[in-house]
Design a protein around this ligand. Sequence first.
Ligand SMILES: [Zn+2]
Ligand SMILES: [Zn+2]
Length: 453
Amino acid sequence: MKRSIKQHIGVVLLSVLGMVLPFDPTTVQAATSVNPALSHAIKRHLPDWLKLYKHLHSHPELSYHEKETAGKLASHLQRLGFEVSTQLGGHGIVGVLRNGEGPTILMRTDLDALPIVEETGVPYASKVKTNDDAGTEVGVMHACGHDIHMSVWTGTTQLLTEMKDQWKGTLVAIGQPAEEKGAGAKAMLDDGLFEKFPVPDAAIALHVNAQTPSGTVGYVSGFALANVDSVNITLRGVGGHGAYPHTTRDPVVLAAQVVLALQTIVSREVDATQPAVVTIGSIHGGTKHNIIPNEVKLQLTLRSYTDEVRQTLIESIKRIVKGQAEAAGIPGDLMPIVELDDVFTPATYNDPDLMRLVISSLNKAIGEENVFELNPVMGGEDFGRYGRTEHKVPVCMLWLGAVDPKQHERFLKGEIKLPSLHSSQFAPLPETTIQTGVAAMTQTLLDLFQSKP
Ligand SMILES: [Zn+2]
Ligand SMILES: [Zn+2]
């Protein structure tokens, strides 16, 4: 019999905090090094994981094209004795390792890279060029660190296989495609991830952080990453000669009014304690100085945490755009078209009960002094989707520090700026980052597997 998730988390919480690993937050001593059993195994394998990392880094593949990458991870899982399925939701892979009665935990890595020409100058930099889906030649680069995620995921599956006598349960290790399109998690779920494979009691993942030092892990309890929506607006008017504007209905002036009017949604309509963003990232209309065009197109990104704020943003945009068009005298049959993109990335809500457990594991794995609480951000990540099915799986995504600590110190002194994720110059420090990630993930999974359902 499967327990309810809440019951299950309760049991894990008891067993980790009470019976298995006595832990009192007021008396716990800061650990000073990586758990010795783990650090020994990690040292032994690190050269192989670094080799894998450098290979993945120099052979990146764009979203929906992660064929070789998925194949490499699938054969790694096969060698370790996982039951492996491929081609779930595109190039998604699922490895299941059954190790007796116990909780089912899902660990996710993403697989895809970005259309960016790499400018890091590292010896293993990507030189890959390809055509994107529109047929334009682009460079390809792991500028979001998904190659680090895959290396950590590989290392963690390896250690958990070797440490099978220390845990009981079922590990579901998934390689998710198309994260950068916000589509891969949905594609894997739509293709039967929770029907064809064991439904997890918890799901965990990590993402590199381009602002925090390698050797550390950051966490956010509750909302950590935002809902992401894309909206396309077509403002229609009646075009004509630029010298006779009174004979037209000018969509350029209307667009200017709309851009400013939309600013009032966040400032006047959303509760000031609730985060929200409305950004108009693209505006295009017209062809020439003296022609008033027939239409202007706008592209917006919307960010929010709660479903309620998300709905407010969408409904207010529709209302304001229509109202502005009416005020501009646009004919009724030319009212604006407001389209919400189908690809919606839901917010990542890190389950607070699960996060409490994970924090105690992190403290054990890498030392309390290397574990930090971070602020939530309005960026998006589709990992949150695994927690939004009817199964209500508690999810937890961690931030893995990736910046060379020496560079980070210079950054703190204001001497340098750090390249962000998706920058052509983002170069994580692989050794300590992978080592820290594997220690953090392995310890967390070992602890989550401690309770017997
Ligand atoms: Zn990214
Ligand atoms: Zn990413």
